[in-house]
Design a protein around this ligand. Structure first.
Ligand SMILES: [Zn+2]
Ligand SMILES: [Zn+2]
Length: 228
């Protein structure tokens, strides 16, 4: 069987280890991606240090993946070998829970998380659920595309509603929702606010506070079309 290199963490708090593994085959509903680049996210520390409940080790970190589909499993009809794709934090959803039926796949009750529930991008090949994969333009270099899959989408999804509603936003506007078992954390900031806070419904006390930076006007790109 063909082999590949992978960087894994053998146990919570363990060191990164370069190992050889068999190249896995995609099962039904999965694709195999030949990894061209993988960004490094601070959330990789959750895997490295065992800070997320239920991770099975050894585990390969990395959830900012860019590459090319190499093989598809049974019943995968929307992807084919050769397509350039990426995978981010969101690693798949069930399509049947109440959130999925609303289209809020990121809130899926049965959500999978890349590199938490299956091995991530610090390896030569990744197996991912077909619904977790996003297309990447052919002319976007992999090393530039990879960080967009987590850091990029986080910022984009934070700023897009502000652009749509034509708010001026402050430089530190961040709306970020972290789906952690038993805890929801939201970081919010808006123009005119003195501080930004993150709160958890389970604990109304702010977890930390950021000082507001000077406001800057946010300019849509020249390709931006305001929604009707
Ligand atoms: Zn990340
Ligand atoms: Zn679901």
């Amino acid at each position: 069987m063909a082999r590949m290199k992978a960087v894994q963490v053998r146990k919570p708090g363990g060191s990164f280890e370069l190992v050889e593994r068999n190249i896995p085959d995609p099962a039904r509903g999965q694709v195999r991606i030949k990894v061209e680049a993988c960004g490094i996210c601070h959330s990789d520390v959750l895997v490295k240090e065992g800070l997320w409940p239920g991770i099975q080790y050894p585990r390969v970190p990395g959830h900012e993946i860019a590459g090319r589909i190499d093989a598809v499993g049974a019943d995968v009809t929307n992807w084919q070998a050769g397509q350039r794709v990426g995978v981010g934090w969101h690693g798949g959803h069930c399509f049947t829970c109440e959130f999925c039926r609303r289209g809020d796949f990121i809130l899926c009750r049965n959500e999978k998380i890349t590199a938490i529930h299956f091995d991530g991008g610090y390896q030569e090949y990744v197996i991912a659920p077909a619904e977790a994969v996003a297309a990447i333009p052919d002319d976007l270099p992999a090393a530039e595309a990879a960080p967009l899959m987590c850091a990029g989408i986080t910022v984009f999804n934070s700023l897009a509603p502000a652009i749509w509603s034509r708010f001026k936003v402050s430089a530190d506007l961040v709306i970020s929702v972290f789906n952690m078992p038993g805890k929801w954390d939201t970081v919010l900031s808006r123009s005119g606010a003195d501080r930004t806070k993150t709160r958890s419904p389970a604990n109304s006390e702010p977890l930390f506070t950021l000082t507001r930076r000077p406001e800057i006007p946010l300019r849509p790109s020249k390709n931006w079309v305001a929604p009707a």
